[in-house]
Write a protein that binds this ligand. Structure first.
Ligand SMILES: O=C(O)CCC(=O)C(=O)O
Ligand SMILES: [Fe+2]
Length: 319
């Protein structure tokens, strides 16, 4: 049973976010997802071990530690686990399309139930979706730092979508796969900042200091399985992981079906619909195929240099 209270919905409206505990189930959701990723990582490791590129299989280590070992050796990239294409759409661009992530994360019934409370039953799963594994920051080689494995600058999620989505109801969902706190890189939000609408961002995508709301920022401490639902103009960032543990999360977006989604060239899908239930995507294989086809189309149409967001590097406002 979901524990969404009136106070949560009020917080979502007035503060721009609500934190719901225990949305992902440790046994039914988190464990199978970790196992699927672990099997995938294992297949990479086995090949590298057999070819002699890796001296150990690190079999004794848990998934996250094992991933980081390979990451720091440059033998695996977070993009191979991420569930969207990297911005350059190059021919060899990796993407992770495992069925368990599709069913237990993107189509998670409890996430969808909560989204339904917020925007109603016509729900489109937006293609802007990521998994982020944040190693101990002190161990990350400098040339590897990026926002999928290290800190994330202050931004509003609408800032990375095309302006066509400005009037669409879009909800971001940040799901903790491990416990997260101020030391290991939790999300930090500015409650109430969503009322600002979209402010100027600069490149690489961030809100310049003078546009940042001076309101008090709030580190969102969460347990594995908790989910933070927030509005598309809520200002947020993430802290560096200065702890001894590795933090892992998913961030997803859902919007009102039939409205511009801000990444029209990528394949989101109908996650729930009462008006047209026949259009709901329930096949993980079809989902994966849609991504493969979109990738081929982007390469063929020469769209592979399409900018991922609306902010220009030489914007005078950022000088
Ligand atoms: O996890 C992070 O570091 C940032 C996530 C984020 O920006 C989001 O969920 O929209
Ligand atoms: Fe974000």
């Amino acid at each position: 049973m979901l524990n969404v209270q009136k106070a949560d919905l009020k917080s979502f409206k007035e503060q721009g976010f609500m934190l719901i505990r225990g949305v992902l189930d440790p046994e039914d959701d988190i464990k199978p997802v970790e196992e699927e990723y672990s099997t995938f990582l294992n297949s990479i490791i086995e090949k590298l071990y057999i070819s002699g590129e890796l001296a150990s299989t690190y079999k004794e280590l848990p998934f996250l530690e094992r991933f980081c070992k390979l990451l720091f050796k440059g033998l695996v990239s977070i993009r191979q686990l991420d569930i969207t294409l990297p911005p350059n759409y190059s021919e060899d661009a990796p993407i992770y399309l495992g069925p368990t992530v599709f069913h237990r994360v993107l189509r998670n019934p409890r996430i969808l139930e909560i989204i339904e409370l917020l925007i109603g039953p016509e729900i489109y799963c937006n293609a802007v979706q990521h998994t982020r594994i944040k190693p101990r920051e002190r161990e990350i080689p400098e040339d590897m730092l990026n926002n999928l494995i290290a800190t994330t600058n202050w931004h509003q999620d609408l800032g990375v979508l095309d302006p066509e989505a400005d009037d669409t109801e879009i909800i971001s969902v940040w799901v903790a796969m491990t416990d997260v706190n101020e030391n290991n890189g939790c999300l930090v939000i500015i409650p109430g900042s969503h009322k600002q609408k979209l402010v100027q961002h600069c490149q690489p995508v961030h809100i310049p200091d003078d546009k940042l709301l001076l309101g008090e920022s709030l580190p969102v401490v969460m347990k594995a399985g908790d989910a933070l639902f927030f509005q598309k103009t809520l200002m947020h960032s993430s802290k560096p992981n200065t702890s001894d543990s590795i933090r892992w999360s998913f961030d997803l977006r859902y919007n009102l079906l039939g409205k511009p989604n801000g990444r029209s060239w990528l394949p989101g899908f109908v996650a729930h619909s009462v008006a047209s239930p026949q259009n709901v995507l329930t096949s993980a294989e079809e989902w994966a195929q849609n991504w493969r086809e979109a990738h081929a189309r982007l390469l063929k149409n020469g769209d592979s240099k399409k900018p991922h967001n609306r902010w220009h590097a030489n914007d005078p406002a950022c000088a």
